[in-house]
Each structure stands twice: as C-alpha cells, then as structure tokens.
Design a protein around this ligand. Structure first.
Ligand SMILES: [Mg+2]
Length: 274
C-alpha cells in the first residue's frame, strides 16, 4: 500500500497536520471515569471494581475480562445509563480551552477509548457542544443481549472492538497506523491518559501525558516508559504551546515525568526497589 493510500485511510491526516493529539476519554477528558462511576453506583460497587483495576495492573486478569465483568454488573437500560452519566459526569476544567486551541492550530484530537462510543458521543456533545463532532472517537461499542433490546433491563452488553485482544480495544493498533508513516509525513504524536485502559497506548507516541496520582504513572515508572505529568488540561495546553512554539522539545518534556516521579511529585508512591 502506498503512502497516499495509508494517509487517505486516516481522517486525522486530511489537514496535513504537524501534530496530532490522541487521548483517552474517561478520567482524562472527564473528571470522573464514566464506567467506574456506573460500576460503583449502579453496578457491583467500588471495592470489587478497584480490585479489578489492581488485578489488571498486576497482570492477574486482562483488561478486557475485568472490564466486561464491570459492565455486566450494570443492568439498567442503556438509554437510562446514558442519561445518568450525562447528568453526573463533568469535564476537565481546561479541556474546552485546549480543544479550541487545537482547532485553531490544526492539531486534530482523536479520542481512543475503552469505553463505549454512544456514551462518549453523548457526553462530548453535552460537555463540549456542537464542535464535538470535529473530534474522531474510536472506542468499543454496545450490543443487545439475545432476544433483548438494549433499552430494557439487562438488555445490553459491551461489544469489544478487538475481542481477540486482552485489551478489548488495543489502542496501539490505531496509533501504529500513524507512527509507521514515513518520516516526512508522520506528525508528532501526543497522548494523554490516566489508567489501565491506556497501557496498550503508553509506548506508541512521542509524548505521553500521564495524570498525576493515577495508575498509568506507576505503570510507566515501572516499565521505563517516558512520560510527563499533568493535573488538568491547562498543564497539557501550556506544554503543547511550548512545543508548538519551539520553546521546548518533545524529548525534554518526556524526561520530566520520570524526574517528577522520583522526586515524589507525581502523586503516587515511589517504588524504591528500582
Ligand atoms: Mg481513563
């Protein structure tokens, strides 16, 4: 396949951008993780859900299987789940400004999520407004259980994008379509995330923003994946501005995260055995 064909298959490449911002959705663009929120409040509860996250980080269960478990514990009709989330989930305070800046600077934003696309579309529309349609959203989906309708009690289930992968949605597959482009076409790739759903993406981009105090930081430090720390999207916006204006480089920014972690400034316990 020629380069032109490879590029034509990638909507984010249409404007020939120098930078693309890939991002997780839950707990990264939003303040709360909508799937955790459902599981904790109308599913099997926080303790069991948190244990699932820890088991996944420790490789005792795949992300796909622990996530399916969580979603199976939520039996409310799907339309009511969406409404419940639209009523409760809030946007990161800096995201709207970042997104407007990205639109003005030809930096496409691509959402890569382990959540379900209909939920994400509904939340983005509520939180960002009509411009939300300018963001490409790639996630898992939802389907009806046999003989049922998704909008009845116990009627829906998660449908994974990559059911054969332990990640359910293997975010690295989409990222590699970009990272494998030839040097002169390949944009600089950013990624922002917070948790176990981002492990498949962590190694694939040029600069990884990992959310302060969350699981992704512990993972990156343990696995020697370079990252930089953010608390909210105002940090991401100022760092991206510096890079776009060539006041710093992606490499320098990537070194900072591990240094912050070692100083104990990344909001997670420092593993001194390493
Ligand atoms: Mg997340």
């Amino acid at each position: 396949m020629g380069v032109q064909n490879a590029v034509a298959d990638l909507p984010a490449m249409k404007s020939d951008p120098k930078f693309i911002f890939f991002t997780d959705f839950d707990g990264t663009i939003t303040l709360q993780d909508s799937n955790d929120f459902m599981t904790d409040n109308i599913g099997y509860g926080r303790d069991k859900r948190r244990q699932g996250n820890l088991d996944c980080l420790a490789d005792r269960i795949s992300f796909r299987d622990s996530f399916r478990d969580m979603m199976d514990s939520v039996t409310k009709p799907y339309d009511q789940c969406i409404q419940y989330l639209v009523d409760n989930i809030k946007l990161d305070p800096g995201f709207a400004e970042f997104f407007q800046w990205s639109l003005q600077n030809n930096i496409p934003v691509v959402v890569l999520s382990s959540g379900m696309e209909p939920v994400i579309q509904a939340l983005l529309h509520k939180l960002v407004g009509p411009d939300a349609s300018k963001m490409q959203v790639i996630g898992n989906n939802v389907g009806a259980r046999q003989g049922k309708n998704i909008n009845e009690e116990g009627g829906w289930q998660i449908v994974f994008k990559h059911p054969e992968s332990g990640f359910g949605h293997d975010k690295s597959i989409e990222l590699r379509k970009y990272s494998s482009l030839p040097e002169d076409v390949r944009p600089t790739m950013f990624y922002a995330g917070d948790g176990v759903s981002d492990l498949s993406a962590a190694r694939e981009t040029d600069l990884l923003f990992a959310k302060k105090g969350h699981d992704l930081i512990s993972y990156c430090a343990r696995e020697d994946v370079p990252f930089t720390v953010f608390e909210d999207w105002t940090n991401i916006l100022s760092k991206c501005r510096e890079i776009v204006e060539e006041k710093t480089t992606v490499k320098e920014a990537a070194k900072e995260g591990y240094e912050a972690y070692k100083r104990g400034d990344a909001g997670v316990k420092v593993n001194t055995t390493k």
